[in-house]
Design a binder for this molecule. Structure first.
Ligand code: ATP
Ligand code: MG
Length: 320
């Protein structure tokens, strides 16, 4: 069984990415063959700054490796090191109806947020389909926001197979219902490109500022608070066990504490959770050559599979 996951180097990786994807991805290394890549081409839909992109590709690699990505056991590479994906993207484009792309939620969400509505952003799901189909992926672990893209991949592959025979493997998405969408500090989906993220690593001051910026209602210290729709509580659920949550709910119900107190509790939990990975991360940050070699090794493994698959696909469509 092949499992495929990608993350865009479009900003600093956040706790939504971690719980929505990275954690399960790392765990899945024992369940099947993991293919994980840094989606550098995808990131160009929102990133137009060379240094920023290079830095984020490197940091994404460092964070993944620190959090448990095993480059021997799995295949871990940067998307643009395996260019076959762009060829497949074009071939698949000719099996993708305009209507399908027009229905994509992610495109609508991003353009509403002011990200430029260019063709790259519009056709992003086709590139994602190419990522998935090039490696005969069976399972794609994703956050809720990406389920539709995996469905689109199935539609595109079905259309392609209908024309050329049984060539592409239909993937399935896998969502952990417990953490389907991690909210950002403003309550909307936490996203690198929405400026509402909470980091896992980095300066303690930055993380503190992000946590302190979580939006709440305006209840006073001497009022009881409601945990049900509180962003602090929703985020705390990711880090606390039921007994800790029960005592947190008790604190919400008892007047005398403000949201600042609940935020500090959450902040401690976040720092505690990621502390064990910090040392490895530090080491990798200081040894870029090591990271580069790991990625080159991953790219060579991925390239072999991609090249073989493209041979079959080219042959099928008449490009030989
Ligand atoms: P961007 O704003 O550039 O789209 P992003 O934060 O949405 O960035 P992606 O690179 O698009 O991150 O997604 C990487 C993975 O993280 C995907 O599997 C996605 O489903 C998951 N993910 C992203 N945001 C969240 C979230 N808030 N909660 C849970 N999972 C998430
Ligand atoms: Mg996204």
């Amino acid at each position: 069984m092949r499992i495929l996951s990608g993350i865009q180097p479009s900003g600093t990786i956040h706790i939504g990415n971690y719980f929505g994807m990275i954690k399960k991805m790392v765990e899945s290394q024992n369940d099947g063959e993991l293919f994980a890549f840094i989606a550098s081409y995808h990131a160009l839909t929102s990133v137009k700054d060379k240094e920023f992109l290079e830095r984020n590709i490197f940091e994404a690699a460092v964070n993944f490796l620190a959090l448990g990505m095993d480059p021997e056991k799995s295949t871990f590479w940067v998307q643009h090191d395996v260019k076959e994906v762009l060829e497949l993207y074009w071939l698949l484009s000719n099996h993708t109806s305009m209507g399908l792309l027009e229905r994509a939620h992610s495109y609508k969400d991003k353009t509403t947020r002011g990200i430029q509505a260019n063709h790259g952003l519009f056709s992003y799901p086709v590139l994602m389909a190419a990522d998935i189909l090039l490696f005969d992926s069976n399972i794609v672990p994703v956050g809720k926001d990406q389920i539709q893209h995996v469905e689109m991949t199935r539609d595109i592959a079905t259309s392609f197979n209908h024309t050329y025979g049984d060539i592409l493997v239909l993937p399935e998405s896998k969502v952990d219902e417990n953490v389907a969408t991690v909210p950002g500090t403003d309550g909307a989906k936490m996203s690198k490109s929405y400026n509402n993220t909470i980091d896992m690593f980095g300066p303690a001051k930055t993380i503190k500022k992000q946590v302190m910026g979580i939006v709440t209602d305006s209840k006073e210290l001497n009022e009881a608070k409601e945990w049900e729709n509180c962003n602090i509580y929703t985020l705390s659920k990711l880090f606390m066990k039921e007994d800790e949550l029960a005592s947190l709910r008790q604190r919400y119900a008892t007047p005398g504490e403000g949201y600042g107190h609940f935020k500090m509790t959450l902040l401690d939990k976040i720092n505690e959770h990621f502390e064990p990975y910090a040392q490895k991360r530090e080491h990798l940050l200081n040894n870029p050559k090591e990271v580069k070699d790991i990625l080159a090794f991953g790219a060579s493994k991925a390239k072999k599979i991609a090249a073989a698959k493209m041979e079959i696909i080219r042959d099928a469509v008449g490009l030989i």
